[in-house]
Ligand binder design. Structure first.
Ligand SMILES: Nc1ncnc2c1ncn2[C@@H]1O[C@H](COP(=O)(O)OP(=O)(O)OP(=O)(O)O)[C@@H](O)[C@H]1O
Ligand SMILES: [Mg+2]
Length: 340
């Protein structure tokens, strides 16, 4: 699938999608990620055919599909709200798109059984949606989308109604589903963890334009700019004046800001080297396997990592240890990352 200079302006001037060029290979799993309102759903709706572009084109299998309805495009969509038919059983809900297509009863039964098996809901086929948990309902919605064996599946925040544990579990299942279906998945989320864990490629959107597209590890290690660097990663990237980290204020002839991932900063032990930044513990957060420590360094909050059993009351003086080669440097004016 290819997007060519895709634009969407609503009404008399709300320009939401601002010229997006993007190529997605067959069988790829691409996540579209970005803050609320950046145009993710609009972009997905343009791909699905639920919205018409005001500029540019959508190509599927080489063909411009701008004039085709969602059905004619042969794409499947899964939304945050499950939108199941409440009066129909799970079996009937999943079978519905096949009945519209007019497949034989035997073929429908075979496909529903295969799909239910794949999603682990075979035992629930005779229940109504109201007799299911949220996770089970979302599985049925997934089933209804994939039962037609689509080659392109579009997801708009399908897991955001689920609790954290279930979300993590369904995330894994969607990844496995993608592996076994070998279909192309375009997956919208504002959850950076979902984007990082699921994707072959992450596309970060910022105010209707692509801020960066790259595989998860690369986009995390080599973010193009401060926006992308801050969006991916939890806890969030530490960003501060170079002086906070005891670093020079200029690099490559530019005034810079310094970014350090929390996992690259630790609470120092023993006596500090002369240049080490120091401050006072602001708050500690035990995470189980380790402890996150927010340190106040001259008024700036810097998050650092400490062992699981680390304890310190707020106000305790500490120093920060990090490898300066891990620092990300950003041009202060353009906010682009400088190659180091
Ligand atoms: N039909 C419409 N008419 C006018 N403006 C719209 C319309 N649909 C969306 N918008 C605006 O377009 C912008 C992008 O909306 P969109 O739903 O694509 O964002 P999103 O990235 O999916 O956000 P979220 O994470 O909150 O779902 C928003 O400012 C929204 O108010
Ligand atoms: Mg949305």
């Amino acid at each position: 699938m290819t997007l060519e200079g895709l634009e969407k302006t609503f009404g008399r001037g709300t320009r939401v999608v601002k010229g997006i060029d993007l190529h997605i290979e067959d069988g790829e799993l691409v996540t579209l990620v970005g803050p609320s309102g950046c145009g993710k759903s609009t972009l997905l709706n343009l791909i699905a055919g639920l919205e018409r572009p005001t500029g540019g084109h959508v190509r599927i299998d080489g063909r411009i599909v701008d004039a085709l309805s969602p059905k004619e495009r042969g794409v499947a969509m899964v939304f945050q709200s499950y939108a199941l038919y409440p009066h129909l059983t799970v079996r009937k809900n999943i079978a519905f798109p096949l009945e519209i297509e007019g497949l034989t009863r035997a073929e429908i039964e075979r496909r529903v059984a295969e799909t239910a098996e794949r999603l682990g809901i075979a035992a629930l086929l005779d229940r109504k949606p109201k007799e299911l948990s949220g996770g089970q309902r979302q599985r049925v919605a997934l089933g209804r989308a994939i039962v037609r064996r689509p080659t392109l599946c579009l997801f708009d925040e399908p897991l955001s109604n689920l609790d954290a544990a279930l979300r993590a579990q369904m995330r894994v299942e969607i990844k496995k589903l993608h592996e076994s279906l070998k279909a192309t998945f375009v997956y919208v989320t504002h959850d950076q963890a979902e984007a990082m864990t699921l994707s072959d490629r992450v596309v970060v959107l910022h105010e209707g334009v692509v801020a960066q597209e790259a595989p998860p590890r690369e986009i995390y290690a080599r973010p193009a700019n401060l926006f992308v660097a801050k969006f991916l990663g939890a806890p969030r990237l530490n960003v501060a004046e170079p002086s906070v980290f005891g670093l020079a204020s200029r690099a490559r002839g530019r005034d810079v800001l310094v970014g350090l991932r929390p996992e690259d900063v630790t609470i120092g032990e023993g006596s500090p080297p002369e240049t080490a930044p120091n401050g006072r513990v602001y708050v500690t957060e035990p995470m189980g396997g380790e402890t996150w420590v927010t340190v106040d360094v001259g008024g700036e909050h810097v998050i650092a990592r400490a062992p699981a059993d680390y304890e310190a009351s707020s106000g305790t003086p500490v120093w920060l240890s990090f490898d300066p080669s891990r620092a990300l440097l950003f041009d202060r004016t353009t906010e682009q990352r400088l190659e180091t």
